[in-house]
Design a protein around this ligand. Structure first.
Ligand code: ADP
Length: 860
């Protein structure tokens, strides 16, 4: 290579180098510029950053201080939370995901009673094991390992089921455990001992117990409840609705009564359930009976009890069956009694009637004793029969009352008349004191009032040996002029009744059974019947008595006043101003004095005839008793006449044989003899009769009382005929109803005895016809007394309804027949005992003089 080329090369190289250098220096320059620029930006940024850093630093310290504050607050909150957990009495514990105890409150730990191992970090399974080993938990006779395993299995279930454990102390703890999303386990343990006790109690009661909430969902029920409703039991889960449980039961056939009408039954049952009142009885499918008691609870829920009343039901059903059977038996008994009494009466008619007649024939002493015994036994049997029959009627509620207008004073009078015979034999005075301001006509069941009075007055006569029996009648107006509270007392001077016996004697078959009393006959049914009758009539009976001092039985009856049929006659007493009353008995004197004063007369009373004699001159009328100590009525009359007394003398006697102005009466100068007790009417009429003012009136010859007896049976006619043979009556017989009607038209009798069952036209028909005749002709009704062998209530009702006035049941007793005749004897007729025999041989008296004989005018 040549030199120039080499130089060119070199130069080219240099040039290139110079260009490169130039480029590089430009690049360097540019870089420098950029660097400077960058440096400037950078320094700006640094300044900015520095500033930011400064700011941040400031902010940081703020945050930090806030953070410190927050963490402080968190600490406080944590502490408070913890404090709270410490104060609750339920146990609280927290386990981590590895089942290690993190924290536990005091209540939780207290169960372990200072066991050191139980502290944070201890595993759950360790705790469970310890509780068993240390005997903290009472596992009963269960296998410890099994128990532990069971507890641990439960711990890992999701969700963990609640569990109740029992501690050694007897306390019950309910464990409720929940796992948190992070895997921790929160544990609560509650002491439910109190609740368990209550629950144990609820389980212990023998009744079913159930509680529903306000939404009708089952809260709880005891085993007994489940047991009762065994078919529905599976549906009895807390939370289930009552209706669903019922439906479940219906499907399973739990309620027999729902069968075939399920929906209807359900709605009835739900209605009762929603507004519970009272109790219901329910039959279960297994035949048991439940009583359901339901009550609302304050929170709107419902608490219910189910009581097993199967046994009660069984007894009740047995009782019902027994009652039905007893009622049937009772009806059969009543019918039997009625039939029997009818059947018994018919032959008894012959026995008693004939024995009575036999006694009146000539008999030697032995024969008299025998026939007497037959008669007495027959009568006792009859009275027993009547009482038992009456009582069985009351018992069977068959007895009905038949109110009708009746004369109370006369009713009492008739009873007293019937009792005269036994009273007279004991020289007892039976007196009536009828309040003079009291009306005499009332509306009531005359027959029953008569029965009550007959029992009380009969008892008084029976249990009184001497003295008197006083029937006192007073009234208190309840409604002016309409209803009277009539008080009737029957007072006697007899043996009396000890206080401790006074309740007793009103019971059935009860008597004062001491030796003294056993000598009196009787069933002990009379007062029981009397009491029931008075109560049926709306009244009340009472007794006041002292042993040995006599008895006073009283009763009150509300009785409507009936129109007075025939007003009391007002005697014409123009000539009589001053009346002398002579009687040794104070009650008698008082009664007479009151009755006479009512007429406006001056009355002077004397206890003895002897003192009265001195007073006689001033008297216009003298009323004397028959039997008095010292001078008796006859002697007194004779003495009066001897002394020149010319006025009328009336004598009162208990002995009907002294009635009539005959024999001794006329001879002694007595104008009229009246039988005690004297009805006011009879007394006033008697005064009119003997008073000089009307005395001049020619007294027409008195006709005989006319008695008609309709009876188809010849023997009975014979018995009747014989019974009245001693009486001054015109007795006619009719053999059937038609004959009776004809005889009535023909002779207009004063009294009719009417047999009920007669062929062709019976007694009821005949009576109806007679009543029609009377009504047509405007006559007063004649008393018609039925004679019947029927003792049935229904018969008696029909008899009275047919227009008869009273009823005598066969067999007929002489005293009944005579008593009835005497009671209806018109004053205008000739006396019944014209040829009065000597005192003591009175044909009207019971021939035997039986002191205990009871009247037997059985009214209905
Ligand atoms: P009964 O007279 O048939 O025995 P009651 O029922 O009429 O039956 O009387 C019951 C008892 O009451 C009588 O047995 C008698 O002991 C007693 N009693 C009744 N009335 C009287 C009385 N007035 N005086 C004394 N005791 C009486």
């Amino acid at each position: 290579m040549d030199m120039p080329e080499r130089l060119a090369n070199e130069r080219r190289k240099r040039l290139a180098a110079e260009r490169l250098l130039d480029q590089k220096s430009r690049e360097l320059f540019e870089a420098n510029r950029r660097l400077a620029q960058h440096a400037r930006t950078l320094s700006d940024e640094i300044i900015e950053t520095r500033q930011t850093a400064e700011e941040l630093r400031g902010q940081n310290s703020l945050v930090l201080s806030e953070l410190a504050e927050v963490s402080q607050e968190a600490d406080v909150a944590k502490q408070r939370l913890w404090d709270s957990l410490e104060t609750v009495k339920d146990g609280f514990a927290l386990f981590d995901a590895q089942d290690r105890l993190v924290i536990a409150n005091r209540a939780y730990l207290s169960v372990f009673d200072g066991l050191e191992a139980v502290m944070p970090g201890v595993r759950y399974d360790e705790i469970v094991r310890l509780t068993v080993e240390e005997g903290i938990v009472d596992i009963g006779d269960r296998d410890p390992l099994g128990w532990i395993e069971n507890m641990l299995t439960r711990w890992h279930e999701e969700p963990v089921p609640p569990r109740v454990i029992r501690l050694w102390s007897g306390d019950y703890i309910k464990l409720v455990d929940r796992r948190t999303p992070s895997g921790d386990m929160v544990c609560l343990s509650m002491n439910i001992t109190e609740m368990m006790r209550m629950w144990a109690a609820v389980e212990a009661i023998p009744d079913g117990f159930v509680l529903y909430d306000h939404d009708d969902r089952l809260v709880m029920c005891n085993d007994r409840y489940r047991d009762f409703y065994a078919e529905s039991a599976p549906a009895m889960q807390p939370g289930n609705r009552f209706e669903d449980i019922l439906r479940f039961g219906i499907e399973k056939g739990q309620y027999p009564e729902a069968q075939g009408r399920e929906e209807e039954w359900l709605s009835e049952r739900l209605n009762r359930h929603h507004s519970p009142e009272g109790m219901i009885e329910q039959r279960l499918a297994d035949g048991r009976w439940l009583r359901i008691l339901e009550e609302r609870t304050p929170d709107g829920g419902l608490v219910g009890l189910r009581v097993d009343i199967t046994e009660q039901k069984r007894q009740q059903e047995a009782l019902d069956r027994a009652r039905v059977a007893a009622e049937a038996a009772n009806r059969a008994k009543s019918a039997f009694l009625a039939n029997m009494s009818h059947e018994l009466r018919t032959p008894m008619n012959g026995v008693v009637g004939m024995a009575e007649l036999l006694c009146e024939t000539e008999l030697n002493e032995e024969q008299r004793l025998y026939s007497q015994t037959i008669k007495e036994s027959g009568e006792a049997l009859l009275s027993l029969l009547n009482d038992v029959l009456d009582y069985s009627k009351i018992e069977a509620d068959k007895l009905q009352l038949h109110p009708e207008p009746f004369d109370l004073e006369r009713t009492i009078y008739e009873i007293v008349m019937l009792l005269q015979a036994p009273a007279r034999d004991k020289q007892l005075d039976v007196l009536i004191d009828y309040d003079m301001f009291l009306p005499t006509w009332f509306t009531g069941d005359r027959g029953r009032v008569r029965q009550v009075l007959t029992n009380l007055i009969g008892n008084a006569v029976k249990f009184t040996a001497q003295g008197h029996v006083l029937v006192r009648v007073v009234g208190f107006e309840v409604e002016e002029g309409a209803v009277q509270q009539v008080h009737i007392t029957v007072e006697d001077t007899g043996i009396g009744i000890a206080e401790d016996m006074q309740e007793h004697i009103f019971g059935e078959f009860n008597q004062v059974e001491d030796q003294q009393n056993r000598k009196f006959e009787g069933t002990g049914l009379g007062l029981a019947i009397t009491k029931r009758l008075i109560e049926m009539m709306g009244g009340e009976i009472w007794l006041e008595s002292e042993k040995g001092e006599g008895a006073c039985f009283g009763f009150r009856l509300p009785l409507p006043v009936a129109e007075e049929r025939d007003a009391l006659p007002s005697p014409q007493t123009a000539e009589v101003r001053h009346v002398l009353v002579v009687d040794d008995q104070e009650v008698n004197r008082t009664i007479l004095e009151r009755q006479l004063s009512q007429l406006g007369l001056d009355v002077t009373c004397h206890v003895t005839a002897e003192t009265a004699l001195g007073d006689a001159a001033s008297a216009d009328l003298i009323l004397t008793d028959h039997r008095m100590p010292g001078m008796d009525g006859y002697a007194f009359a004779r003495a009066l006449r001897r002394s020149g007394y010319a006025g009328p003398i009336l004598m009162l006697t208990s002995n009907p044989s002294h009635l009539g102005r005959t024999g001794e009466n006329a001879e002694s100068g007595i104008d009229l003899v009246l039988q005690k007790p004297v009805l006011r009417r009879a007394l006033y009429e008697a005064i009119s009769t003997v008073t000089p003012a009307i005395a001049p009136k020619p007294v027409p010859p008195l006709r005989q009382m006319r008695v008609l007896a309709a009876e188809d049976n010849r023997t009975n006619r014979l018995v009747l005929q014989k019974m009245v043979s001693g009486l001054n009556v015109d007795m006619r017989f009719a053999a059937d109803g038609n004959e009776a009607i004809a005889a009535f038209r023909d002779s207009r009798p004063d009294l009719i005895f009417m047999d009920i069952s007669m062929p062709e036209c019976d007694g009821k028909e005949a009576t109806g016809a007679i009543r029609r005749i009377e009504a047509e002709e405007g006559d007063l009704p004649v008393p018609i007394v039925a004679l019947t062998a029927h003792a049935l209530q229904g018969d008696a009702e029909e008899i009275l309804a047919a227009g008869l006035d009273a009823c005598l049941t066969k067999p007929l007793r002489k005293s009944d027949i005579l008593g009835t005749i005497e009671a209806h004897h018109p004053e205008t007729c000739a006396p019944l005992h014209p040829d009065a025999p000597e005192a003591g041989t009175d044909p009207a008296a019971a021939p035997d003089g039986d002191a205990e004989a009871q009247p037997r005018l059985r009214a209905i």
